[in-house]
Ligand binder design. Structure first.
Ligand code: KIV
Length: 269
């Protein structure tokens, strides 16, 4: 594969209603970013890292420092994908100034390209404030993982008329406030399609609809590195956990029977 051009905010803006949807994945490390970058348009340093990397039960314990450290790790791979970092729980909800301070720190420290914030109609002032101050914002609507404790679990959205109304309002107000794109998670298919048709900015879906302008998955889920529960919307493209198991079992046997290291792996004086 030939080297791809750097993917820009304008490229994302121009991706609305295109035949070829945006390819997006999460990444949290330099090594993974180096492998996946050439296939991606957008890389998200998601706060899913709290669960994926740190074994947390949900994303609520993720801190700004964790996002900065993993954002730096991803950026060290010099990706040509557009890199977005999640604003963690507790860093933006109080007021637009609090959000601006946290978002600016994320961008200054990591040189990432944009931030993602969970919310729509409830954070319009914040989206507007950040966008007006040159911080590109992706709004995350539908199932919002930072709200799962408050809502009593991971609940698919768009099942009732009230929910559909709220989702359409979230999407419309996020666009009006200046969000450059909307991530739709865990939302009934026809509602995700309706949202995508309603707004003029691109939508990126996860458990949403093939009509979205892009798709995203959590990298560990799609590689089969996550040995726990995965959501219905995850398609596993590999079983890396099995490969690791086989490799480490092999290593363990060879260490125990002294066939590793052999002559090839030691320095002969
Ligand atoms: O944190 C994350 O990984 C996300 C997913 C929905 C992609 O926001």
């Amino acid at each position: 594969m030939t080297q791809k051009n750097r993917f820009t905010l304008n490229d994302i803006r121009n991706s609305k209603n295109k035949d070829s949807p945006l390819v997006c994945l999460t990444s949290y490390t330099t090594s993974m970013t180096k492998i996946i970058d050439k296939y991606c348009d957008i890389i998200l340093v998601g706060d899913s890292l709290g669960m994926v990397i740190y074994g947390m039960e949900n994303t609520l314990g993720v801190t700004l420092d964790m996002m900065i450290n993993h954002g730096k790790a991803v950026m060290r791979a010099n990706p040509s994908s557009f890199v977005i970092i999640d604003m963690p729980y507790g860093t933006y909800e109080d007021n637009p100034d609090q959000a601006y301070k946290a978002a600016k720190t994320l961008i200054d420290e990591t040189s990432c390209n944009a931030v993602k914030i969970e919310g729509g109609a409830n954070i319009t002032k914040t989206i507007k404030h950040l966008s007006n101050n040159n911080i590109p914002v992706m709004a995350h609507i539908g199932l919002k993982p930072q709200s799962v404790v408050k809502e009593g679990g991971y609940k698919v959205k768009g099942k009732t008329n009230q929910e559909i109304h709220n989702l359409l309002e979230d999407a419309k107000t996020a666009e009006k406030s200046g969000a450059f794109a909307i991530l739709i998670e865990g939302t009934i298919e026809h509602v995700s399609r309706e949202i995508t048709n309603l707004v003029n900015i691109p939508t990126v879906g996860i458990g949403a609809s093939s009509a979205c302008d892009g798709q995203i998955l959590v990298i560990d889920d799609m590689l089969g590195l996550n040995t726990g529960h995965t959501a219905k919307f995850v398609k596993q493209y590999a079983n890396i956990a099995d490969e690791i198991d086989k490799a480490v079992a092999n290593y363990s046997t060879e260490v125990k029977n002294r066939t590793f290291p052999n002559k090839k792996h030691v320095y002969i004086g």
